[in-house]
Ligand binder design. Structure first.
Ligand code: PLP
Length: 381
């Protein structure tokens, strides 16, 4: 059960995020246990949630850090992650970010283009360093998820396409400040159809064959993240099925002797532990709809507006008979809506509303649009 202790919640001014650190810990332990069965390395994708107490739990449970910006690398290192546990991906790494990562001597740059390799080589040479890299390959595997969080199709901006690899290998021969140590894939997010990962394994095996045929032994394979969570029935699956997920990779990935397998999970590790708590400001009766107007909006949680994503909405304080509401925020945008025709107990001004499964890609995407205050966080231990 998720801990949403009403007495505790009522003590804080709304809106705020509440994190159940016990559930987070249980989730991390479950993931750890399943990954350990096969000696898989798991990096936590900081972009899902980079709050210090969350990062502390990740580090204490033995996860590395997957970063997509220089500031994420800094946050990881300042929160005690060893630089040898940091990987750095992103299609647009700036010179400043690359230099910082080189100075920190991170484990691996996941490189996304031939042009980036050239720049990284130049910057590493200037520092007299050799940058360890993995090639992020675009495997052209469809993640069957929302188009904005699909990243592994040739039409997406991410990674190096298969037809470019021959050229990239030739290029690498000429770049003396770069050492190729692995290949990297990340095909998208909120993937709930596990057969997608099976397709990924097949493609990865093919790429491995290709590298072997070119006399290249890869020290590590990084298959990225993307495991989804159940936004519709959070109580039924508070902890994702890590057994099936890691088991599938163990079954279908052809792992060579001595080779390390790396994962980068974000959402699956933190989503269910976080909830956005908001208060009802007004009830407004429209022509065909009733609106419940909250004091939280797309500035606190943008996922519904950005990806049409579903979040379960609960009224924590009313037990009256159920009525349908469009649950909306105060922001001057019609997309500022958390859910349409949501069945809720009859709702009144002052009721506390919980928007569930908001621990990942929630607080980190908060904005100051409309000059809103920065949303706060509360932790339940
Ligand atoms: C966002 C991201 C992840 C994490 O994705 P989730 O869906 O949250 O697991 C992993 N790797 C890379 C490169 C990413 O950009």
């Amino acid at each position: 059960m998720l801990n949403l202790n009403l007495e505790e919640l009522q003590q804080h001014p709304t809106p705020f995020y509440v994190y159940d650190l016990n559930l987070l810990r249980q989730t991390l332990q479950a993931a750890r246990q399943e990954a350990d069965k096969y000696d898989f390395h798991v990096h936590y994708a900081l972009k899902a949630n980079a709050n210090t107490p969350v990062l502390d739990e990740m580090r204490q449970n033995g996860f590395g850090a997957d970063c997509v910006s220089g500031n994420e690398i800094r946050a990881a290192i300042e929160n005690g992650f060893a630089s040898k546990e940091v990987v750095f991906a992103g299609v647009g790494k700036s010179d400043e970010e690359i230099n910082y990562a080189l100075e920190q001597d991170i484990f691996c740059f996941n490189c996304e283009s031939s042009h980036e390799l050239e720049v990284l080589n130049e910057l590493a040479a200037k520092k007299g360093k050799v940058a360890r890299i993995a090639l992020r390959i675009n495997p052209n595997v469809n993640a069957n998820t929302h188009k904005y969080i699909t990243t592994g199709l040739e039409e997406n901006k991410f990674g190096i396409n298969a037809w470019e690899l021959e050229h990239v290998l030739a290029q690498l021969q000429t770049l003396s400040s770069i050492e190729l140590i692995g290949i990297h894939f990340h095909i998208g997010s909120q993937i709930t159809d596990l057969s997608v990962f099976k397709n990924l394994c097949t493609r990865v095996n093919e790429f491995q064959e290709w590298f072997l045929a070119h006399n290249i032994q890869l020290q590590h394979i990084n298959v990225g993240g993307g495991l989804g969570v159940d936004y519709y029935h959070p109580e039924q699956q508070l902890i994702p099925d890590f057994e099936a997920y890691f088991g599938l990779f163990n079954q279908f990935l052809e792992i060579r002797p001595g080779q390390e397998v790396h994962f980068e999970l974000g959402r699956a590790l933190v989503a269910q532990s976080g909830t956005l708590i908001s208060k009802v400001l007004y009830i407004k009766n429209g022509q065909n709809t009733n609106f419940a107007i909250l004091d939280a909006g797309m500035t606190e949680l943008i996922r519904p507006a950005l990806y049409q994503s579903y979040h379960k909405i609960e009224n924590l304080t009313s037990t009256a008979a159920e009525v349908r509401y469009d649950v909306v925020g105060p922001i001057c945008e019609s997309s500022d809506c958390f859910g349409k025709a949501v069945l809720l107990p009859e709702t009144n001004r002052g009721d506390l509303i919980a928007i569930r499964t908001a621990g990942a890609y929630g607080e980190v995407m908060a904005s100051g649009y409309n000059l809103r205050n920065r949303v706060k966080a509360v932790y339940l231990h």
